[in-house]
Design a binder for this molecule. Structure first.
Ligand code: CP
Ligand code: NVA
Length: 304
């Protein structure tokens, strides 16, 4: 079983993983040692704080070890991706990869003989979305009747939230005037629409939102890229009215969610991030617990 997009995961797969994440958080000692002697290989083509820490610390807390490979310090850059992936999988029990392109993640998965986890590519960020479901459940106690309003750029995060929410029974409205081209996925949108829990609009109405979610307007690999500067400026102009700020929060009691890193002054203000309505740091913590649940499901499903 891979975790590449969440699209192939059933509602039961998602819900049971989220429940396991909550159980791990409540009683981490109960799960200590479950992955004794197991190895996680982590391959990074992009930078990371939360994904790297949560997987590495989580794996160690479960009794296993984690080996981190920076793409440019390996032979991946100059070899056949499938060959290198197959070799990597002979040393490890599971692979987590943060790849620039989803197509390359699929290639890596095709070569690997062990399960592969997507640590955020240009199209999807499934691990974050699973942790976010856990955060919603902690706040609300149930998914039924919950409404998330995702505001900003339709991107990898939005894709994974739409899948996760609609499969878990959470209503999600995407307020997204712009789509980040690599994340276009008509099949995902059609499946979400079929649930009756998904809507897309350009009207920023948060009055009946329980959670407002936002993410960067420019993905990490382009943020400081001079060739992307003009497009970045264009996006800032288009998306400025969609900023999550103090005025917007006055119209709702909703909690604010962000996968982090946040770009204060752009998609969200400093004031909102610092307010007690914002649960972004709890979301980040939950990455640790959900990663442990994901790792156990991948490596030792019979033990959970
Ligand atoms: N949210 C998230 O994946 O953070 P990192 O980019 O720091 O891993
Ligand atoms: N959309 C963001 C998610 C960061 C975790 C990015 O790809 O940079």
């Amino acid at each position: 079983m891979d975790l590449l997009t969440l699209k192939t995961w059933s509602a039961d797969d998602i819900l049971s993983t989220v429940e396991l994440g909550l159980a791990v958080k409540k009683n981490p000692q109960h799960y200590a040692g479950r992955l004794n002697g197991q190895t996680l290989a982590m391959l990074f083509q992009k930078t990371s704080t939360r994904t790297r820490m949560s997987f590495e610390v989580g794996m160690r807390q479960l009794g296993g070890q984690a080996v981190v490979l920076n793409w440019m310090e390996t032979q991946f850059a100059l070899a056949d991706l499938r060959d290198e992936a197959q070799v990597l999988s002979r040393y490890a029990d599971v692979i987590m990869a943060r790849m620039l392109k989803h197509e390359d993640l699929l290639c890596l998965s095709a070569g690997s003989e062990v399960p592969v986890i997507n640590g955020c590519c240009d199209r999807y960020h499934p691990c974050q979305a699973l942790g976010d479901l856990m955060s919603i459940l902690e706040v609300r106690g149930a998914f039924e009747g919950v409404h998330m309003v995702y505001v900003g750029m339709w991107n990898n995060m939005c894709n994974s939230l739409v899948v996760a929410c609609t499969k878990a029974g959470v209503r999600i409205t995407a307020v997204t005037p712009e789509v980040n081209e690599p994340s276009e996925d008509p099949e995902l949108v059609a499946a979400a629409r079929a649930t009756g829990l998904f809507d897309q609009t350009c009207d920023l109405d948060v009055t009946d939102a329980d959670f407002i979610y936002t993410d960067t307007w420019v993905d990490m690999e382009f943020l400081d890229n001079p060739e992307f500067a003009t497009e970045k400026e264009r996006r800032v102009q288009v998306l400025a009215p969609y900023q999550i700020n103090g005025d917007l929060l006055k119209k709702t009691d909703a909690y604010v969610m962000h996968c982090l890193p946040a770009h204060k002054g752009y998609e969200v203000t400093d004031e909102v991030m610092a307010s007690d309505r914002c649960i972004a740091v709890d979301q980040a913590e939950n990455r640790l617990h959900i990663q442990k649940a994901v790792l156990m499901r991948m490596i030792a499903p019979e033990s959970v």
